[in-house]
Design a protein around this ligand. Structure first.
Ligand SMILES: [Fe+2]
Length: 185
């Protein structure tokens, strides 16, 4: 409201795209939950799907604000489930490494969106960015066999102080020095 600078087309395009990708992401993780190794990872993948849902919800108000209309949920869910096929045969720990390796690029994308966003939109977009930081942090902790690894995802869903603390200590280059994974960004 207080920001008079009109959001440009690139911003609106990305906003809609990233919203749709989170909806797809939810279906993607749910599909993986049904085909990746069963057992403990199934619940974790469902939790990751919930985090995707919450990330989408966090920016849904911005779509309303700009009268942006995403594709129907069923269409996006089909696309997400389709993407899951590429990873369906991965082992759980390999998948955790895959997340750590490849998901940081989404943080870069979300931060770039924050950078061009009207001031009033930034809190919602920061919450979108946070879900990615915490998802990657979850993967790091799970790979270290941290029994409480999923706690930060629950914390994100409930928007707790502990989630904000986890955000302070996790960054894509840090806290993972014993891990032989390269971060390409
Ligand atoms: Fe996501």
């Amino acid at each position: 409201m207080q920001n008079q600078i009109p959001a440009d087309e690139k911003y609106l395009y990305r906003l809609l795209q990233y919203y749709e990708e989170e909806i797809m992401g939810e279906a993607y993780f749910l599909a993986l939950a049904d085909c990746l190794e069963s057992g403990r990872c199934r619940e974790k993948l469902k939790l990751l799907a919930e985090v995707e849902h919450e990330a989408a919800r966090s920016i849904a108000g911005l779509l309303d604000k700009y009268a942006l209309t995403p594709r129907p949920p069923a269409v996006l869910a089909d696309l997400g489930a389709e993407q899951a096929k590429a990873h369906a045969d991965m082992r759980w720990r390999d998948y955790l490494r895959f997340m750590i390796d490849t998901f940081p690029r989404f943080i870069d994308q979300f931060k770039a969106l924050e950078a061009i966003a009207p001031t009033a939109d930034k809190p919602a977009l920061e919450r979108l960015t946070e879900h990615e930081i915490l998802t990657i942090e979850y993967a790091r902790r799970a790979l270290r066999d941290d029994r409480d690894s999923a706690a930060i995802l629950h914390d994100y869903l409930h928007d707790t102080e502990r989630a904000r603390d986890a955000l302070k200590i996790s960054n894509p280059m840090g806290e993972c020095t014993g891990n032989p994974i390269n971060h390409n960004h």
